[in-house]
Write a protein that binds this ligand. Structure first.
Ligand code: SF4
Length: 518
């Protein structure tokens, strides 16, 4: 392997880490900002959910070590200690650290292979081999190639290159079988042909990191929809307004349209010309932004509301997607349903009566969850949710794990109506939605008096992590009591928000009827 250390070795140089190399592969701008302007890169601090993803990765990594028992764990950053262990041919090393004058990396597991006289490298990923397999495998191959090159430069005899990840087909019988939970895949033949190209990329990335100013090339996400842009977009593109053409519904699927607008200097959503070709949803979004008031398709909205029958149950679930299955019948990342909130309106003009369930024991919540749900739900009438594939999917999984409840859960699913359909089907378009259909955007626009702002928990991912910290005993009793209270408040608002949005829609239709009668 060529040294490739090139020109400017020195103590003031910034070493390229594996993480930054992978960020660079995604976007050179973003990698530069991460290294040189961390206060901007991290301006949006990690959400509890993002922190949780890191912690989940750590948990999975620690469990995977049991596949290679009796290893020695290297202290964070201890390249010297690693070198000593490698020189002594320690049989198994966890988290070994390697550095060159330009690069630094840590591996998950090195295992000495006496048959080949070399170390086998194992990279552990907290992901399954399901969706996006091709893209993920390519990313993982580059990840392993970076490590392999740094290890080779350190003179480590390197044998097989492997990926260890979670088996998406695995279903626990209540006791984890690590040999079935994890898959081990030999990536050697996939990584080896990449090495020369990765070496060149590493050198280019390293050299770019030494530049005192950001690369001159334009930020290519100017031609991509909002969901593709990174957190540094607004730092680089100061001329792009907060609500811009990048927020047009599904504009990422029409890059030519977006490019035409940007190249013509049309950035604010209100500057899109009336004659510019847009889809119907995009056109409605622009029209609402220009008029600064909502537009309503009253007939479809009235027909939708007529399909909702009393007693009306407004139902919301909270779940925890658990990477390592904790209970029988669960596979990796299956959702554990731990909480629901239900508001019931029995008859027209009636109050919304609240029911709630929150399970914070360390045991499986499935059976108590379903029992509480059946007890609280009216025997008939509509069940209103927001984004029905989620609640219906949870019910279907519960039915698989609790066969005795199959017919009850199927009957519940048959009564479900998705209130979000009003907004995805644009029966009502409000400038405040900004093209979104999430309840977090719809609620403040339609019911300004009710808000998630100021709540300790403001979104579902934080609720998940809060529950997990209670049931895993991370919190002191007083903290756990506070966390329970916060969970009840948050989930309660989710179902109450649906009640109030439904009432706002009823009022909209009633206003028309009044106008027509008058
Ligand atoms: S917005 Fe896109 S192109 Fe711009 S820095 Fe971020 S990832 Fe790179």
């Amino acid at each position: 392997m060529g040294g490739g250390c090139g020109t400017a070795a020195g103590s003031d140089m910034k070493k390229l880490s594996k993480t930054n190399y992978l960020v660079y592969r995604d976007c050179a701008h973003n990698a530069w900002v991460k290294v040189h302007k961390p206060e901007i890169y991290h301006a949006v601090s990690l959400s509890v959910f993002e922190q949780a993803i890191i912690e989940v990765g750590n948990d999975v990594d620690v469990r995977a070590r049991e596949l290679f028992p009796d290893g020695i764990l290297v202290r964070r950053g201890d390249a010297v200690g690693t070198a000593e262990l490698v020189a002594a041919r320690a049989p198994v090393i966890y988290q070994p650290v390697f550095e060159t004058d330009r690069y630094t990396t840590a591996c998950d597991i090195l295992a000495w292979n006496a048959a080949t006289g070399a170390y086998d490298l194992y990279e552990v990923k907290a992901s399954t081999s399901g969706e996006d397999r091709k893209a993920k495998d390519d990313l993982y191959a580059h990840d392993i190639a970076f490590q392999a090159l740094v290890l080779q430069e350190n003179g480590v005899p390197l044998g097989g290159l492997h990926l260890v990840r979670l088996n998406g087909e695995y279903v626990s019988d209540g006791k984890l079988d690590l040999n079935l939970l994890f898959t081990r895949e030999d990536f050697t033949d996939r990584v080896t042909p990449l090495l020369a190209a990765v070496r060149a990329e590493m050198d280019a990335a390293h050299d770019l990191m030494q530049l005192p100013s950001r690369p001159a090339a334009p930020c290519t996400c100017i031609y991509k929809g909002r969901s593709s842009q990174c957190t540094t977009f607004s730092y680089i593109n100061t001329n792009v307004p907060d609500y811009s053409v990048h927020d047009l519904t599904r504009i990422g699927a029409s890059p030519k349209k977006l490019k035409a607008l940007v190249d013509d200097g049309i950035l604010a959503i209100t500057d899109v010309p009336d004659e510019f070709e847009l889809t119907v949803p995009q056109r409605n979004q622009v029209a609402a932004a220009k008029r600064r008031r909502p537009s309503v398709e009253l007939d479809p909205l009235a027909a939708f509301l007529d399909e909702i029958h009393y007693p009306i149950a407004f139902l919301d679930y909270e779940t925890y997607p658990c990477a390592l299955p904790r209970f029988a019948g669960y596979g990796p990342f299956n959702h554990v349903p731990f909480q629901f909130s239900l508001h019931v309106v029995k008859a027209p003009g009636g109050d919304a009566v609240h029911h709630e369930f929150l399970f914070t024991e360390a045991t499986c919540p499935d059976a108590p969850f379903v029992a509480a749900l059946k007890a609280a739900l009216p025997a008939e009438g509509s069940i209103i949710v927001w984004n029905k594939p989620f609640e219906k999917g949870i019910n279907a999984k519960l039915a698989e794990r609790l066969p005795a409840e199959q017919s009850a859960l199927a009957a519940i699913n048959d009564r479900v109506i998705d209130l979000m359909d009003v907004f995805t089907e644009q029966m009502l378009v409000h400038p405040g939605f900004r093209g979104k259909t999430s309840i977090k955007w719809v609620l403040p626009a339609l019911v300004p008096g009710l808000s998630y702002k100021g709540l300790a928990i403001q979104e579902g991912a934080t609720a998940s992590e809060t529950w997990n910290s209670i049931v895993t005993g991370e919190l002191e009793p007083a903290e756990a009591a506070e966390a329970r209270k916060n969970l009840l408040t948050y989930c309660g608002l989710d179902s109450l928000a649906m009640v109030e949005i439904w009432r706002a829609l009823l009022a909209t239709v009633a206003a028309r009827e009044l106008r027509e009668a008058g």
